[in-house]
Design a protein around this ligand. Structure first.
Ligand code: NAD
Length: 258
């Protein structure tokens, strides 16, 4: 029972923040979920929370560094073993990329692209063969509103998230052209209160509540987002309710891009 009953889902970056909320929401709505993260203990904690809420055999976890090709192959094997296949892939893991065009060094730029973009490329490439056996399938790639709207302060984040946006469309068209019912869409959140914002808050030198209020004032709906605002969008894209939607972008941004 549930909106994604019987779906077999792998979520990256599921130890905390948006990924943990997505994994728990998918499980609550009937999916079996393999929670992955660089932080193995955090992923295990999310899987334990899922099992406590949804029952034994609903949540699994493993370490997955999304920049590592071999680790992706192991994760797909684990999906086959623990879930019995794969029908939903959520490429959620991502990081901020510090520095403007003068101050961002090449190593930071490259690491940002590895975690934000290589991850999605590898995830799609490694998952699709197994997803073909479990159609209909859905790939959900977490980009950002920053992949659609530029800022002078974060060229690395802007460019990497724009790459995720366009990569999603290309994968969507490819799968459709092959005649596979594997959809691929991108999600574009604005500021959401998760640990990723803490680094940004720290840089401002202000209290978190002050920064949050300032961010909220920029958003037409007058608040920053909650993790479940994004998880609800991911749930929709993962479910068959969105079965005519592929190659599209879902903006979850309180109206900031309107
Ligand atoms: P977060 O920092 O709270 O969580 C990110 C998770 O990714 C962490 O658990 C971390 O361990 C994991 N991770 C980092 N590098 C990894 C790697 N190499 N391999 C595997 N896992 C790795 O961030 P969040 O806010 O939950 O962000 C999730 C996604 O949403 C990211 O792609 C982020 O860019 C995007 N996003 C977030 C916001 C926001 O305001 N929170 C806005 C727009 C987009």
């Amino acid at each position: 029972r549930g909106r994604v009953a019987g779906k077999l889902a792998l979520v990256t970056g599921g130890a905390q923040g948006l990924g943990a909320a997505q994994a728990r929401m998918l499980a609550r709505e009937g999916a079996r979920v393999l929670v992955t993260d660089l932080n193995e203990d955090g992923a295990a904690e999310t899987a334990r929370a899922i099992e406590a809420e949804c029952g034994a055999g609903t949540g699994f976890s493993m370490k997955l560094d999304v920049t590592d090709e071999t680790a992706w192959e192991d994760a797909i094997d684990a999906a086959r073993e623990h879930l019995g296949g794969l029908s939903v892939l959520v490429n959620n893991a991502g990081i901020g990329v510090k520095g403007n065009i003068e101050t961002c060094d090449l190593a930071t730029w490259r690491h940002g692209f590895a975690v934000n973009v290589d991850s999605v490329f590898l995830g799609c490439q490694k998952a699709i063969p197994l997803m073909r056996d479990n159609q209909p399938g859905s790939i959900v790639n977490i980009s950002s509103i920053a992949g659609l709207i530029a800022s002078d302060t974060m060229p690395g984040y802007n460019a990497s998230k724009a790459a995720v946006w366009m990569l999603s469309k290309s994968v969507a068209l490819y799968c459709a052209k092959q005649g596979w019912n594997i959809r691929c869409n991108s999600v574009h959140p604005t500021f959401i209160d998760t640990p990723i914002l803490d680094g940004m808050v720290k840089n401002t030198g202000y209290e978190k509540s002050v920064v949050m209020e300032k961010l909220a004032r920029q958003i037409p709906l007058k608040r920053v987002g909650e993790a479940d605002d994004i998880a609800n969008g991911v749930l929709y894209l993962a479910s068959d309710e969105s079965k005519f939607m592929t190659g599209a972008e879902l903006k979850l941004d309180g109206g900031i891009s309107a």
